[in-house]
Design a protein around this ligand. Structure first.
Ligand code: HEM
Ligand SMILES: [Ca+2]
Length: 318
């Protein structure tokens, strides 16, 4: 939020809302980690929560004045949701199918988790390529025997999957202790994590998880092994073996997510992605925003001729 606030302020008067900029940031983050697909921001005109006339709530469901970190939207999903609860969350809030939900969760192919933010300790993130939006997220959870003509036999999907064990992360202050899964450590896999919600796309932890998130079955070890998540395992397997399909479905569901709640054709403004220009940061006046290395933001604005153009804003030294 802080990194984008300068940009939000600058473009407010151009009919580009904070929600547009945040949606744009999601597309830029995706594009910067996966150049093969076109993560364009196709629409602008989203209404910020303080302008919707709806009520905003704090964590205790008390009505509060709407602001950027306190919206009228639903709470974030809990990291201990079970398979069917994950599917329900994305179905109820976005109308997504199981396939769309499994594709969207592949976002954990990028980024990391940190104790100071969420209480989870995942400095490497969910796979070994946290700067690349690829299908490695699925490879962490689904096995298979590549030497076989059908590498997708159920037993092999389990037997040849990486191993995972739970660990309690002790936190202080307002952040509760967390239970996460750590991938069995080899030289290549040190510190890769999953949350119960990630494991839940491969294993059904129903009836086997306590209220803290501790699970009484094993990911692989058969004494006792957690049952497979029958609603999602096939889709996980498809993406594990077909990166193109994953990227195609991910792009499509992400674009759907960032227009959720709107009839895009009538309530938003279409932006032609064919008009694209790149402008170095010092030439325009949004330098107040602070960027980490690797971050960038793209905007659509009208140029002096009245054309709508794409502008990529990025730090000069990257
Ligand atoms: C059941 C649903 C989900 C849960 C419980 C969940 C939970 C989390 C948690 C706890 C973190 C660590 C945050 C931190 O410590 O900084 C995280 C990071 C992240 N999540 Fe999710 N997430 C979910 C769905 C999604 C979806 C749908 C997306 C995007 C489409 C997403 C994208 C990301 C990204 C990119 C990061 C890395 C952020 C960074 O590196 O700063 N997640 N998620
Ligand atoms: Ca990755």
């Amino acid at each position: 939020m802080d990194a984008l606030s300068g940009i939000v302020t600058t473009w407010k008067s151009n009919d580009i809302s904070r929600a547009d900029i945040w949606s744009l940031a999601a597309m830029v983050g995706s594009e910067m980690t996966q150049a093969q697909r076109d993560f364009s921001l196709d629409y602008v005109g989203r209404i910020d929560c303080e302008d919707t006339g709806r009520e905003c709530f704090d964590d205790n469901s008390n009505i509060q004045e709407c602001r950027q970190d306190l919206g009228d939207s639903r709470a974030l999903p809990d990291a201990n949701l079970l398979t069917h609860e994950i599917l329900e969350f994305f179905s109820n809030n976005f109308g997504f199918t199981a396939q769309e939900t499994v594709a969207l969760m592949g976002a954990h192919s990028i980024g990391t988790a940190s104790q100071e933010n969420s209480g989870f300790n995942g400095p490497v993130g969910w796979d070994n390529t946290n700067y690349f939006l690829d299908n490695d997220y699925y490879k962490m959870l689904i096995g298979g025997d590549p030497s076989k003509s059908n590498p997708r036999e159920l037993e092999d999907l389990i037997e040849f999957a990486p191993g995972w064990t739970q660990q309690t992360i002790v936190n202080s202050g307002d952040i509760p202790d967390r239970i996460q899964w750590n991938r069995d450590q080899t030289q290549d896999t040190a510190r890769i994590i999953s949350l119960n919600t990630d494991i839940g796309l491969a294993r059904d932890l129903s009836g086997r998880m306590d209220s803290d998130g501790e699970v009484s079955c094993n990911f692989k070890n058969p004494t006792p092994r957690c049952p497979v998540a029958t609603q999602t395992l096939d889709i996980m397997t498809t993406y594990r073996y077909d990166e193109e399909k994953f990227l195609e479905d991910f792009e499509s569901v992400l674009k759907k997510m960032i227009i959720a709640g709107y009839d895009a054709e009538t309530e938003l403004t279409y932006v032609s992605p064919s008009l694209f220009s790149t402008v170095d940061l010092p030439k325009i006046s949004v330098a107040q925003a602070s960027y980490e290395s690797g971050q960038a933001v793209r905007l659509t604005v009208e140029n002096p001729d009245g054309d709508r153009v794409w502008i990529a804003i990025r730090r000069h030294d990257i």
